[in-house]
Design a protein around this ligand. Structure first.
Ligand code: SAH
Length: 349
């Protein structure tokens, strides 16, 4: 299958131009079209010779070909915009633009078509994982968002559909395209690019060695294996006794703090004893907890705790010395976004 040209790093792009018969300096012009002008298609790249554009189009997909946008739905009152695009093989992918503080915008990208992890409360996994996205398909989502915004987005979160660490190489190659300075990439600071995992430990270990200051989020959601395995099948493969030490090792190696995502479910993981267990689990090393009141989905019977309960849970963590934030989701309405993302917190930096 033809791949989006957005997946290519600087040397690969130079090679693609060479193969297409273009002169060396054309690679830079092409990169500018991709990453500073967010060109939708070859036709727009008017300073490239027609023959070069034709040869490139034989081999690679432009943005419209990679990600044919079918729908941009705004979410009332929140400013959130959801982009639905069709990939070259007909599969659909979602990307979300989330407004953040000070007129900033966070882009939430998907890393797979569907998800195989099967977390009980997550809408993304209901139909399993059809396939992983390529680096180009992930990176093109950021370019598509930039095109829509008319400027480079401020933050990117890998919190759309899919498990990025089960598609590690493509996810990280895409993150590099977003991070590389223009015109080789979008030029978004590494600390403004967050990869979120449900706890795929080998991915966490590799991520620690990336050498770029990307942010890591880990979906924890419960303080004991008994509770966590009930929500997240992945816990049976990498239980807390493996996951938490891997996070600690990540922090020790990189000097970077992990954000633990914790979805609060009424009467299930929001009780004082849960806060105590969470404190015992995480207190041994510095981290941050992001509390998310459950976004109700009809396939999951759990309920959202009251605002007071959520706040009490947060306060208990703070009192115990854990840095904890609580955010009400922006899109409580149906179809909030990617399977369920309400990742406003990370956008608010
Ligand atoms: N697979 C990755 C990326 C998805 S990020 C991961 O699991 O981290 C999406 C985040 O939203 C995860 O923390 C996920 O657990 C959470 N989430 C999914 N469904 C939710 C729901 N109904 N309510 C609240 N949070 C939810």
């Amino acid at each position: 299958m033809k791949q989006p040209i957005h997946g290519l790093g600087p040397e690969e792009l130079a090679e693609a131009v060479r193969e297409a018969g273009g002169e060396r300096f054309r690679a830079r012009q092409l990169a500018e079209w991709l990453w500073t002008r967010f060109a939708a298609n070859w036709d727009e790249m008017t300073n490239l010779p027609r023959a070069l554009r034709a040869a490139l189009s034989e081999r690679w997909l432009d943005l419209d070909g990679a990600l044919a946008t079918e729908e941009v739905a705004g979410e009332e009152g929140t400013g959130t915009r959801k982009i639905l695009s069709r990939l070259a093989d007909g599969e659909l992918v979602e990307t979300v633009l989330i407004p953040a503080a000070k007129d900033r915008t966070t882009v939430c990208v998907s890393s797979q078509v569907g998800c195989g992890c099967g977390c009980a409360f997550c809408a993304s996994g209901l139909n399993g994982c059809t396939r992983s996205l390529s680096a180009g398909e992930i990176a093109a989502q950021a370019a598509r968002a930039a095109r829509l915004l008319g400027r480079r987005p401020d933050n990117v979160v890998f919190m759309g559909i899919g498990e990025p660490f089960l598609n590690y190489d493509a996810a990280l190659a895409a993150a590099r395209r977003m991070n590389d300075p223009a015109p080789d990439g979008l030029g978004i600071g590494a600390r403004r690019i967050t990869v979120s995992t449900c706890g795929v430990v080998p991915g966490i270990e590799r991520f620690a060695g990336e050498g770029r200051q990307f942010e890591l989020s880990v979906s924890l959601h419960a303080p004991t294996d008994e509770q966590r395995a009930a929500l997240m099948p992945v816990d049976r493969k990498w239980p807390l006794g493996v996951l938490v030490p891997a996070c600690r090792a990540y922090t020790e190696r990189t000097g970077r703090i992990v954000t633990f995502e914790y979805t609060l479910v009424a009467g299930f993981n929001d009780r004082p004893e849960d806060a105590r267990a969470l404190l015992a689990l995480l207190r041994p090393f510095p981290s941050r907890v992001n509390l998310i009141p459950l976004n109700p989905v009809k396939e999951f019977s759990g309920r959202t705790p009251s605002a007071a309960t959520c706040e009490a849970f947060r306060a208990a963590l703070e009192r115990g010395g854990l840095n904890a934030t609580l955010r009400r989701s922006k899109g409580r309405g149906v179809n909030a976004s990617c399977g369920q993302l309400r990742r406003s917190r990370i956008g608010e930096r």
